[in-house]
Write a protein that binds this ligand. Structure first.
Ligand code: SF4
Ligand code: SF4
Ligand code: SF4
Ligand code: FES
Length: 1002
């Protein structure tokens, strides 16, 4: 398998064998050491020589469309971007022949691109076409600019394509085809007038484009531009089209006399002026747990664009939410005043009045009912520092361990499965390690929609590098369609087929005996408990053919390394912890831990759901998973915090709701969670909230949960604060404040500190870095974390030792148990708690959608996302739709044992039979009015995925809930990449300069 990968945001084109030793290469008479097999252009760039390279981007690799990188080797011209260095190679970048060839190549580029830099929004010092014109000192074009016979395409809400400015470099195509792997873009090389095509010729708006923005990010000029840039970036670019055209005419008029040099100088003065008002600030995405990071370009409070390039998890990649999903920050309905309930109304209050009330009521309730009558829920959208302070407020100031976060709703079972078997509740490696796997097994994760950028790495490895993909899911989503094997087990039966495969491997000599001997305890007991899990039992229970299960077993046994990715399709079951454990057991039996390309990857949902737990927002653990009932641990925290700490485990989210109903819990302080909608059995949860004596909700909008509050405190979103997030890779990254908090709102850490101090604490954190220093001082797992080590794009993957060394691969020397050995954990199967019956005859599944995050409080406020995906829906299979006379747009009433929702149908073959699917993105018709209070006993994570409903067909038929412009209706055009060979075959193509010979083309 070839291992060309994107590592830490940079492309690594070399196989392990090629990584050493170095070879000597002479460039323009100077000797340089190179890595064998690296692209010559990378070497040239590394040693600081200036060589044009319009189509080359290190994270895309050679595209070979522009010919502007031609150099001379042994008298022949070669493309530096597609030439691998070798020992003794002698290269001239300065020979007249190479120079002339590059000039000719770039002249062709300019025939496709009008230079009007001074009035161009892309004139920001980083335009490749502008900079190459300057580098080559172009004064006059030999080939005149020619327009193309196409209109500008403005049909996507976020970006536009201007064919006349398109230099046909194909970077966008390569990014879409082979990095994002959405396979929407191509170039019609066979057409007399080539251009970039969406779905082979659709408008962008009606294509399969998912608006991830990869193409826009890599475009070397202004052909693809974020609409938020247009008319905003330059001093003169907001002028009318007519005025703009007149200015372009003036520029073109003077060019024959002055040449481009003086024109470019004027544009560079304008570009330099932009520096004074455009800020570029690094942040980390606030949506999912992949942990994409990027620079946000802003002008005052206007977001010009999101520029991903150096993020260790994502490089140039984003999904629609990270690239374009930020309108909510400036939404007109942001909360900017504290609110206090008066009867059924809220009135605005000053911060002093609101905080005084909070503190007075907390104090009264504690005095009357004791500290355990109060509870605290931190937000997995908040920073690590904020979760740390929230749990410190609960424990050290109020004196209760009643503190939790929303990992209870999704991730706790995965963490439990890993704690049981390997000792740490985190992903075993990095996204890079997943790319290196010979086989990826995805169970219960719609990865392409829930963790889009992580999914791109799997799609790429599968498409280009021979990685095998097995997907087990109820829905035939994108990853399932791409899979080599798609398993559709009966709902809630994953534990059975996973265990049966493990048993089969052990029984047929396909287990990794050496690994088991050296690294794993408990094999004999485990084997005994595996006895019921025969292939036949699994086949019958899961509805999967024995042959398919055997095929999967052999694929796992034969793979060079296996990574298992899983998410809420596993964890949100009544046996979520056990199924997560079964996954880890399988990995142990097959020796798939302790090296790259192997391991367990529970995919964390929220941006900081990993960090919220790491920081101690858990009822049983202080920061770093240090147990509250361990006297030594408590003593350390008591010494540091100078208080006595409670020693018994507190209530988790689920128990809090029950305790409110029982009258034991009187007060709740909730940060940034839409709990009335996202917790299972929402009606039951809402009823609990109305029983609270005192409820404080801190959020950026007046959420559905705020309706139950007594005090609402206006918080600031991630772009308005400093801090750190920890991604699914256990990667801790800094976010820097982009905007001042919207007047009236405050960062959560400041609010929590204020409340603590009014309650008598003497906290004095001037900046989140101080909070992190304190956390590191009491938490061995992050002992070496500080803000200096996380400067800019630097990151650390916990555990981080005091000297700052971290562990991208979690288990290299041992597992996290006293004897260093992993443990096989015996399991039995009990089956789902709720199955369809005669009354509730349909199974209802639920989950995320690419465009919206969770309930959609942020993403519905993004105009373009709202336009493309305006509402929730229920997916219904074509066969069930036929049987019941339902079509897309039919209004349905779904009724479960717990509640009902009214929702429109979307008929799709992504689901089959009597299985329905509802995305969770709605506050009006939330799926959680239908879900139950059953939980996984080990973690109390609700069994969201075990829901049965009855479906009533309502008389109204509306529009399809998804408009035609939704990318799900598009028709992708997969191809191997930009397919430059088709360009080379054109009758009007010849290589610039003299005869061409390719050297060591990879
Ligand atoms: S999916 Fe759309 S936005 Fe993403 S790279 Fe492809 S064309 Fe561009
Ligand atoms: S639109 Fe695509 S092909 Fe055209 S210049 Fe931009 S990246 Fe190159
Ligand atoms: S939502 Fe997730 S995948 Fe998308 S940009 Fe943000 S972190 Fe990356
Ligand atoms: S940079 Fe080498 S062909 Fe474009």
């Amino acid at each position: 398998m070839q291992t060309s990968t994107i590592v830490n945001g940079k492309r690594n084109n070399m196989s392990p064998a090629e990584k050493s030793p170095e070879v000597g290469v002479v460039i323009d008479s100077s000797s340089h050491a190179a890595r064998p097999g690296e692209w010559l252009v990378d070497l040239i760039n590394r040693v600081g020589l200036q060589l044009p390279q319009v189509c080359y981007h290190p994270q895309l690799g050679p595209v070979q469309t522009c010919d502007t990188c031609l150099v001379e080797i042994d008298g022949q011209l070669v493309r530096a971007c597609a030439t691998a260095v070798s020992e003794g190679m002698s290269v001239s970048t300065v020979s007249p022949k190479a120079h002339a060839a590059r000039q000719e190549a770039f002249d062709r580029i300019l025939s496709n691109h009008m230079l009007y830099c001074t009035v161009c929004d892309n004139n920001n010092g980083n335009c490749t076409v502008h900079n190459t014109t300057k580098l080559l000192a172009i004064e006059h074009q030999q080939i005149p600019f020619q327009t193309k016979p196409y209109e500008v395409d403005n049909t996507n809400p976020f970006y536009r394509y201007d064919p006349d400015q398109c230099v046909l470099c194909g970077r966008c195509v390569e990014a879409c085809q082979n990095v994002e792997v959405n396979e929407t873009l191509s170039i019609n090389w066979d057409d007399p007038h080539p251009r970039v095509l969406w779905d082979g010729g659709s408008t962008i708006g009606e294509s399969s484009c998912v608006s991830c923005g990869h193409c826009v990010t890599v475009c070397p000029c202004n052909a693809l531009m974020e609409k938020s840039m247009l008319g905003h970036a330059g001093f003169l670019t907001g002028i009318s089209k007519r005025a703009l055209n007149s200015m372009i005419d003036v520029v073109k008029g003077v060019e024959p006399e002055t040449g481009y040099g003086s024109i470019l100088r004027v544009s560079e003065i304008e570009s330099a002026m932009r520096e004074s008002r455009i800020r570029r600030t690094k942040t980390v995405c606030t949506y999912c747990g992949v942990g994409c990071s990027f620079n946000i370009w802003t002008k005052d409070r206007h977001i010009l664009k999101v520029e991903p390039s150096d993020g260790p998890a994502n490089g140039i990649s984003t999904c629609v939410k990270g690239k374009f999903g930020w309108d909510y920050v400036n939404a007109p309905d942001r909360l900017t005043k504290p609110l206090i309930r008066e009867g059924d109304e809220f009135r605005e209050a000053s911060w002093d009045e609101a905080l005084d009330l909070v503190v007075r009521r907390f104090t009264e309730i504690k005095a009357q009912h004791g500290p355990d009558s109060l509870a605290f829920i931190s937000s997995s959208k908040c920073t690590n520092e904020e979760s740390y302070l929230m749990q410190k407020l609960a424990r050290a100031v109020v004196g209760t361990n009643n503190i939790d976060n929303c990992s209870r709703y999704c991730q706790a079972p995965a963490t439990m499965g890993l704690f049981r078997t390997v000792g740490y509740g985190g992903d075993s490696g990095s996204i890079h390690d997943i790319e290196n796997a010979g086989l990826v097994l995805i169970v219960g994760s719609n990865t392409a929609e829930s963790h889009p950028v992580l999914a791109t790495r799997v799609k790429r490895a599968h498409k280009l590098h021979g990685q095998k993909l097995i997907v087990a899911d109820l829905r035939e989503h994108e990853m399932a369609r791409r899979a080599d094997v798609f398993l559709h087990p009966k709902p809630g039966t994953d534990l059975v087929w996973l265990s049966a495969i493990t048993r089969y491997l052990l029984e047929n000599g396909l287990a990794h005996d050496d690994f088991l001997r050296q690294w794993v305890n408990g094999l004999e007991e485990y084997k005994k408990r595996l006895e019921p899990f025969t292939m036949e039992f699994a086949s019958q229970t899961c509805g999967l053919p024995v042959e398919t299960l055997e095929k999967v077993a052999h694929m796992i046994a034969e793979a060079s390394g296996v990574c298992v990715l899983w998410a809420m399709g596993v964890t949100q079951h009544s046996q979520g912890s056990d199924t997560s454990t079964a996954i880890s057991n399988l990995l142990l039996v097959t020796g798939n831990y302790m090296r790259t390309g192997t391991g367990a990857y529970p995919l964390r949902g929220h941006n900081n759901v990993q960090g919220a737990s790491d920081s101690g927002a858990m009822p049983n653990n202080l920061p770093g998973y240090q147990s509250v009932d361990n006297p030594e641990v408590r003593a350390r925290f008591e010494a540091a915090w100078k208080v006595n700490l409670p020693s018994t485990k507190g209530l988790d989210n689920h128990e809090m709701v029950d305790a409110i109903h029982q009258g034991k819990l009187k007060s709740l302080y909730l940060i940034g969670e839409e709990m009335a909608v996202v917790d299972s059995n929402a009606n039951h949860v809402s009823a609990a909230f109305s029983k609270l004596d005192f409820f404080v909700v801190q959020d950026i909008f007046f959420s559905a949960t705020c309706r139950f509050a007594d005090v609402v405190l206006p918080a600031s979103p991630s772009l308005e604060k400093d801090g750190t997030f920890t991604s699914t890779e256990r990667r801790i990254q800094r976010l820097y404040q982009v905007f001042e908090p919207l007047p009236g709102s405050r960062p959560d850490w400041k609010i929590t500190q204020d409340i603590a101090n009014r309650l008598g604490a003497n906290w004095n954190y001037g900046h989140p870095s101080k909070i992190m220093s304190e956390m590191a001082s009491v938490t061995p797992m992050v002992a070496g974390v500080n803000y200096e080590r996380l400067e800019g794009y630097q990151s650390l993957q916990w555990p981080v030792a005091a000297d700052g060394s971290d562990q991208p691969l979690l288990y290299t020397k041992e597992f996290n148990f006293p004897d260093g050995k992993a443990r096989l954990f015996p399991l039995s199967w009990s089956g789902p708690v709720e199955k369809p019956n005669a009354q509730f005859d349909l199974h209802l599944n639920n989950g995320r959608l690419l465009e919206h995050f969770h309930e959609g409080n942020m993403t519905y406020r993004v105009k373009g996302i709202h336009e493309k995906t305006p509402d929730t829906f229920v997916e219904i299979s074509p066969e069930l739709a036929r049987e019941r006379g339902v079509q897309s747009g039919t209004w349905l009433l779904l009724i479960s044992r717990y509640g009902q929702v009214r929702v429109r149908a979307l008929v799709t073959d992504r689901v089959s039979g009597r299985e329905l699917y509802m995305p969770m993105n709605s506050t009006e018709s939330p799926v959680n009015r239908l879900t139950s209070s059953h939980t996984d006993p080990a973690t109390h994570t609700p069994a969201y995925k075990e829901t049965s409903v009855h479906m009533e067909i309502l008389p109204e038929i509306g529009e399809s809930p998804l408009p035609r412009a939704n990318p799900r209706f598009g028709h992708p055009t997969p191809q191997s990449g930009v397919e430059v060979e088709r360009k080379w075959k054109r009758s009007d193509y010849r290589l610039p300069g003299s005869q061409f010979v390719q050297i060591r083309q990879k």
